[in-house]
Write a protein that binds this ligand. Structure first.
Ligand SMILES: Cc1cc2nc3c(=O)[nH]c(=O)nc-3n(C[C@H](O)[C@H](O)[C@H](O)COP(=O)(O)OP(=O)(O)OC[C@H]3O[C@@H](n4cnc5c(N)ncnc54)[C@H](O)[C@@H]3O)c2cc1C
Length: 400
């Protein structure tokens, strides 16, 4: 592996690391992306791209490719399990604010696949698999990263700066001893993907539906090939109990009764955390994406917020690379940490509270509020500005 100091080290080849690498390459800055897996992960994770994320990805010519491989969703809705549609949101309300006035349903691995293609064609970026970042150190003009290879051998590589995009369990964050403050959500999230066409049974169902219920909220999401159902699950159960085929079948039948068994293609049960790193910037080392913040998936903000971090961080780092003071990176932390706390955490926690509200009066108040929001153009647009994360990018500009 070449060992040159004149490059940026990027730990992790998820959406955040690869977007940062691609943006640095466009600015003429070399980087090396170090990924612990043997190949890019292809598991089913984020599947929603919000409008400003697509606007950002336009610079790589990738948005259109995702659109071609995804599903455009101009509407989404809140529903009640028994009463049906509570409020339907129309993304046409924000047509003046974005080139992509819709949510795009498209699996996150398609983004990393497209980015990898660009990176492999670029002589600015190197992508190395099967190496795990295990420790970091820095001096006044460089960063050293300790790496472990699959065969157990270790080496140290150097760069001028380092971006930690190594996900929620970030080894770089741990190695720096940065607190990851927050909470663990009590329930397990069970995600099940099926070929069943829910609109055949629920004709007024939008491709993205948040279903409120005091006993068991649900999310129904259309991906290009499947429908995905997300349900809260008792955390005292084992993975085998949660994913027992008969139990999952019963839960799907309860949500939407149909003749015959559901064709279940994929299921995953995972714990959800709401945490934000105490700091994002440590000298020449910067945290981004899940390494910096994690949240529940209700609102689809995790990957999107991470990509917004990657763009903000790499733009500022490019300025620093070409002569601006390193202190400029402090603004990256102030802007993006504020968004993680005030937008992403606040909204995802509120979504969860609203969807699970058990008190009948409070539930009614939430539903009345949502109905009032979509019945007025001004509040309808304002809600969409926040839920699509466009507002967070505008508000961030006022942060010094
Ligand atoms: C089941 C599930 C469902 C989700 N659903 C949604 C959703 O609907 N909407 C949404 O917006 N978000 C969702 N998310 C969150 C979303 O997937 C993440 O926010 C997003 O992947 C963050 O990107 P990232 O690049 O920061 O981290 P990751 O995608 O986790 O990428 C980190 C990369 O770093 C590598 N790595 C880790 N440690 C090391 C190391 N020490 N050295 C080298 N490489 C390392 C990993 O192999 C990985 O490739 C979901 C997450 C999960 C788990």
């Amino acid at each position: 592996m070449p060992d040159a100091k004149e490059r940026v080290l990027i730990v992790g080849a998820g959406p955040v690391g690869l977007v940062a690498a691609a943006n640095l390459a466009q600015a003429g800055i070399p980087s090396i992306v170090l990924e612990s897996s043997d190949a890019l992960p292809k598991d089913l994770r984020a599947s929603t791209f919000h409008p400003p994320t697509l606007d950002m990805l336009d610079r790589f010519g990738i948005s259109q490719k995702l659109i071609d491989r995804g599903l455009i969703c101009p509407q989404w809705q809140f529903r009640d399990r028994n009463e049906g549609v509570v409020a339907q949101f129309d993304m046409g309300m924000i047509v003046d604010e974005t080139n992509h006035p819709y949510r795009l349903q498209c699996e996150q691995w398609k983004l990393t696949e497209e980015l990898r293609e660009q990176i492999e064609a670029s002589d600015m970026t190197e992508l190395v698999y099967g190496v795990e970042g295990i420790s970091v150190a820095q001096d006044e003009d460089s960063v050293s990263l300790g790496l472990r290879h699959a065969d157990g051998s270790e080496e140290i590589v150097q760069g001028k700066y380092l971006i930690a995009a190594d996900g929620a369990h970030s080894q770089v964050r741990r190695s720096l001893g940065i607190d990851f403050e927050g909470q663990t959500i009590p329930e397990i999230f069970l995600s099940m993907s099926t070929t069943f066409e829910f609109p055949d049974a629920i004709p007024d169902l939008a491709p993205i539906a948040y279903v409120t219920d005091p006993d068991e909220w649900a999310v129904l999401l259309r991906t290009p090939s499947l429908w995905r159902v997300l349900l809260p699950t008792d955390p005292t159960l084992s993975d085998a109990q949660i994913k027992d085929p008969d139990v999952m079948e019963q839960r799907l039948q309860k949500l939407c009764p149909k003749e015959g068994r559901y064709d279940l293609v994929h299921s995953t049960a995972y714990r959800v955390q709401e945490r934000v790193a105490k700091s994002y910037v440590h000298g020449r080392i910067f945290l981004a994406g899940d390494a910096a913040h994690v949240n529940n998936p209700l609102g689809g903000m995790g990957m999107n917020g991470g990509i917004h971090d990657a763009i903000n961080l790499s733009e500022k780092l490019a300025e620093v690379w070409f002569g601006a003071p390193l202190t400029l990176m402090g603004r990256y932390e102030r802007q993006r940490r504020k968004v993680a706390i005030e937008t992403v955490q606040a909204q995802t926690l509120r979504n969860r509270k609203m969807m699970a509200e058990g008190d009948p009066a409070a539930r009614q108040a939430y539903h009345d509020e949502l109905r009032a929001v979509v019945n007025d153009d001004k509040t309808h647009k304002a809600y969409l500005m926040r839920s699509s994360m466009l507002q967070s990018l505008k508000d961030m500009e006022t942060v010094a």
